[in-house]
Design a protein around this ligand. Structure first.
Ligand code: ADP
Length: 481
């Protein structure tokens, strides 16, 4: 059984209108050991409505506070998160599996959004526009949309919550949150800390349970004015369709299929380090993980050799153990998907250079894998693998690789390594994605706009752009002056 040094952080109930409620019935497991580490309530449409009612009531006061007052509350939450970062990180690793160093990094990343939007709360400026009539004046103000619903995935159990909730609260909205069933405990612990920071009852509500029922209740509820979702494209489309019934603002961070291109003029060692950081972070389970690695003819063999040598040094194990760089995958289904992608690739002629099977540790551990001879017709090329598999493709020239990179319905992140300045600009502008890393493989930060194009999503999170999802623009005309 898991016990944080501050036992109050293990909340196994839901938070509605400032009260902890429900019975812990849905078990939460540690993917590294299979051990049951806690449980959470199984709520449905009724409790989803109740949470919206609480948020709707709280909105009346919260939206009227001075920006400075909301900022102070957010700053208090940030301080609480930082003060409990070790406990939060251990909780996160225990339910999600990522190595502790990565979990600590995620808690800092999660906290950074709260800090950033505490600052940004005071900068939600309007504008005045030169009048179009002599006797009038024209202004624009930006107001909170109302109640916001946030539905989040298991791969970043803390950061995906704060990246949505902090800007919403800063703007003056109140929120209802449904975390992923695999990783609800980190979310609930953040709720405990929000309460300790003094947020009024109903400003932040968290429920767990029947995802489709809760999602339907929130997307169709007239009081909810915006929905922010991070997860699969399939579920994102369902939510968007449902949200059409009440014409809500919709923010979606969906799947990716990131190309990672290494040109002949690249610094090969830096490119290999980039692949390790991008592909193998969180065991390959991020939506911005490199999914297709394109190496140019001239450096292909040297690159594959260096990459395989580096991947061979990765250490697989329980994320809580020292020195481990690769934890387990989240579930058995995740392992089955990786196996399916590899079997399909091998059947169509790909060659496994390293790894390729379940790890001797059992559970959901999988060997870090490098595979070559990959082609466009393989499933591994068309879909996001979401696992520790690095498929390497050979390409000839710039135009050829841009066409291959863009041949996907997704467009979240893309990466390339090159030194030629002209090429850097040409390729960065030609790639169809919301984010491009040039000679750099880690994109996320509080100060930048994260998001995708095509079927990878709508809207941006982080930076001043992240506020836009949660405000409405109101134009006011003063006439008869
Ligand atoms: P993944 O495959 O990464 O688990 P999902 O899109 O299935 O991605 O899950 C992301 C989040 O969406 C989770 O919180 C999950 O419970 C929730 N979810 C899944 N199905 C639905 C649905 N039909 N309506 C609303 N939320 C859903």
């Amino acid at each position: 059984m898991l016990m944080p040094s501050d036992p109050g952080l293990l909340a196994e109930r839901c938070l509605i209108g400032g009260k902890w409620c429900g019975e812990p019935v849905d078990a939460v497991f540690n993917p590294a050991t299979g051990e049951r580490i806690g449980a959470v309530p199984h709520f449905g449409a009724d409790e989803a409505d109740e949470a919206v009612r609480a948020a709707g009531l709280a909105f009346r006061q919260w939206s009227k506070l001075l920006a400075k007052q909301r900022a102070a509350m957010l700053r208090g939450w940030f301080d609480q998160i930082i003060a409990h970062r070790d406990d939060l990180a251990r909780l996160l690793t225990s339910e999600q599996g990522k190595p502790l160093a990565e979990a600590l990094g995620e808690i800092d990343y999660a906290a950074s959004f709260v800090e950033f939007y505490a600052e940004e709360a005071r900068r939600i400026y309007g504008e005045t526009i030169p009048a179009h009539r002599a006797d009038s004046r024209t202004m624009v103000i930006r107001q909170p949309v109302g109640v916001v619903a946030a539905i989040t995935p298991w791969n970043f159990p803390a950061a995906m919550i704060t990246r949505k909730v902090a800007p919403a609260l800063a703007a003056g909205c109140t929120v209802v949150i449904k975390p992923a069933p695999e990783t609800p405990l980190t979310a609930l612990a953040l709720g405990v800390l929000a309460q300790r920071a003094g947020f009024p009852a109903g400003v932040l509500n968290i429920i767990t349970g029947d995802a489709p029922a809760i999602g339907k209740a929130w997307t169709e509820h007239p009081t909810v004015r915006a929905i922010s979702f991070t997860g699969s494209t399939e579920v994102g489309k369902i939510l968007m369709r449902q949200a059409a019934s009440t014409v809500k603002k919709v923010g979606l961070e969906l799947g990716g299929n990131a190309p990672f291109i290494v040109f002949d003029d690249a610094d090969l060692d830096a490119a290999v380090d980039g692949v390790i950081a991008s592909k193998f972070r969180n065991m390959g389970q991020t939506c911005v993980c490199a999914n297709r690695i394109y190496a140019q003819n001239g450096i292909y063999d040297a690159f594959v050799e260096k990459l395989a040598a580096k991947v061979a040094t990765l250490r697989v194990g329980n994320g809580l153990d020292d020195g481990v760089t690769q934890g387990p995958l989240i579930t058995k289904e995740a392992v089955a998907k990786v196996e399916h992608h590899l079997a399909d690739a091998v059947a169509k002629g790909a060659k496994i250079v390293l790894g390729g099977k379940r790890h001797a540790l059992g559970q959901t551990f999988f060997e870090p894998t490098v595979v070559t001879g990959v082609t466009a017709d393989m499933v591994v090329t068309r879909e996001e693998t979401f696992g520790p598999v690095a498929p390497v493709y050979r390409f000839r020239g710039e135009a050829d690789v841009i066409a291959q990179a863009n041949d996907s319905p997704f467009g979240l992140a893309a990466y390339f390594y090159a030194r030629d300045l002209g090429r850097v600009f040409r390729v960065a502008e030609a790639l169809e994605s919301g984010m491009v890393g040039v000679n750099s493989a880690l994109l996320g930060a509080d100060v930048v706009p994260f998001g995708g194009v095509k079927e990878s999503g709508l809207g941006r999170e982080g930076s001043r752009h992240g506020i836009e999802e949660y405000v409405e623009t109101k134009y006011i005309l003063l006439g008869g002056l």
